[in-house]
Design a protein around this ligand. Structure first.
Ligand SMILES: [Zn+2]
Length: 413
């Protein structure tokens, strides 16, 4: 076996062979390559064309590193004349036209970035982190180009902050296939309108059966306008959160008015009150029941919250509706202003609240995906620009398997 054959075997060259080697400074190994079959094809249509220029300028492509060596493929691309596309640079089997790295490098880069911070991936791939994020952006842009959303039936809409809690993005999820299908800047009506106008056709919009979102009027309004056949479901966890906040509001009011001695009994209540009954110890329940003596108003708010848990267990919509009617009545009679406010919100969106009983759709899947997104965000210590953030979201929880877009024979993991 000659050295060149060995190199070709080690690097798994298939369509091309090694024709020379050069060890350069800075642990750089240049591999002179030559396409194996003498086929000069057009990158646009794949048809053979006549060679019009044998050697143009030399070009380098970064390949995956071996040991301490960063590998560079070196080649003089030829120019050909295609009947349809005119004078073009020939198609190269190891990389996409115009790319500075090989397919194999792209594949490894995508896989690394899925599981580790870009900084670590850059170290393993032996290139500066800024170059990596630039390459990543280009690769993902190219792979997602022309990609259309397909088979969307159940969608979830939620917001996420991506930079120090001041900049927001709107995420649209496919709740059936549990992935993110769209990311847009901002959380206002304009953001979500852009999704419906740009990403979906009228047919696709009509096909959406269920849409789940929080109580934001922007999202509710957009769904009602764009999805004529969709059942709107208010997300269960957002409703529970709003109720917990109302109860906490009552607690805060009482805290402000309490004397020093009274405050002793109210200490440590904040987390206790927001707990679901199933995650509470017996001691906690005793403490909460003791509130009856110390502070009637907090006790009443907590009882109402506790009763509301029952709502989610109903199977029949009519029974749930009856329960909701009774519950809102007693909540209104409670004379607790924050809870009355909550009741008014519920009543405003009553159909969307009741829709949960029939559909059982929640944004729980979206919350799960958000957890992954948050891990990605934290390990990068936040993203200044949405572009870099949405790259990572599409890569980790997107609807298109990005490493899967690289041809099989170039996949190394
Ligand atoms: Zn062509």
């Amino acid at each position: 076996m000659t050295v060149y054959k060995l190199i070709a075997k080690l690097l798994k060259f298939k369509d091309f062979r090694c024709n020379g080697l050069a060890f350069r400074r800075g642990n750089r190994l240049e591999v002179l390559v030559k396409p194996y079959k003498n086929g000069c094809r057009c990158p646009e249509c794949g048809r053979r064309g006549r060679i019009v220029r044998q050697r143009s300028e030399v070009r380098y492509w970064r390949d995956i590193p071996v040991g301490p060596w960063s590998i560079w493929l070196m080649y003089w691309p030829r120019e050909i004349c295609c009947d349809t596309h005119g004078r073009v640079t020939e198609q190269l089997p190891w990389s996409e036209a115009g790319s500075r790295v090989s397919h194999r490098f792209e594949y490894l880069m995508l896989r690394y970035c899925q599981i580790m911070p870009q900084k670590a991936a850059a170290q393993l791939l032996r290139l500066p982190a800024s170059t990596l994020s630039d390459l990543l952006h280009r690769t993902i842009g190219r792979l997602r180009e022309g990609h259309r959303i397909r088979g969307l039936k159940t969608i979830g809409v939620d917001e996420i902050s991506y930079h120090k809690g001041h900049k927001y993005a709107t995420l649209v999820y496919d709740l059936e296939r549990s992935c993110v299908v769209w990311i847009g800047q901002g959380k206002a009506r304009a953001a979500i309108d852009r999704f419906f106008n740009e990403a979906l056709s009228d047919y696709q919009k009509a096909r959406i059966q269920t849409a789940c979102c929080d109580m934001s009027q922007a999202y509710i309004g957009a769904i009602q306008t764009h999805c004529p056949n969709a059942t709107l479901v208010l997300d269960r966890f957002h409703i529970v959160k709003a109720l917990n906040e109302a109860v906490d509001e009552v607690r805060k009011e009482q805290w402000r008015e309490a004397t020093r001695d009274e405050r002793k009994a109210l200490k440590g209540l904040r987390w206790l009150l927001s707990r679901h009954s199933s995650t509470r110890s017996r001691r906690d329940t005793q403490n909460l029941n003791a509130l009856d003596k110390h502070n009637r108003r907090i006790y009443r708010a907590w009882r109402l919250k506790e009763e509301f848990e029952h709502f989610w267990t109903y199977q029949a919509p009519w029974a749930a509706e009856r329960f909701l009617k009774q519950w809102t009545k007693s909540a209104l009679l409670s004379r607790l202003e924050p809870l009355r406010k909550f009741v008014h919100t519920l009543r405003r969106h009553q159909d969307a609240v009741l829709a949960f009983i029939g559909t059982r759709v929640t944004n729980a899947i979206a919350e799960g995906l958000n957890r992954i997104v948050k891990i990605v965000k934290n390990r990068a210590s936040g993203f200044r620009h949405l572009d870099a953030f949405s790259d990572m979201i599409y890569l980790t929880v997107g609807d298109l398997d990005l490493p899967g877009q690289i041809p099989v024979r170039f996949r190394t993991l």
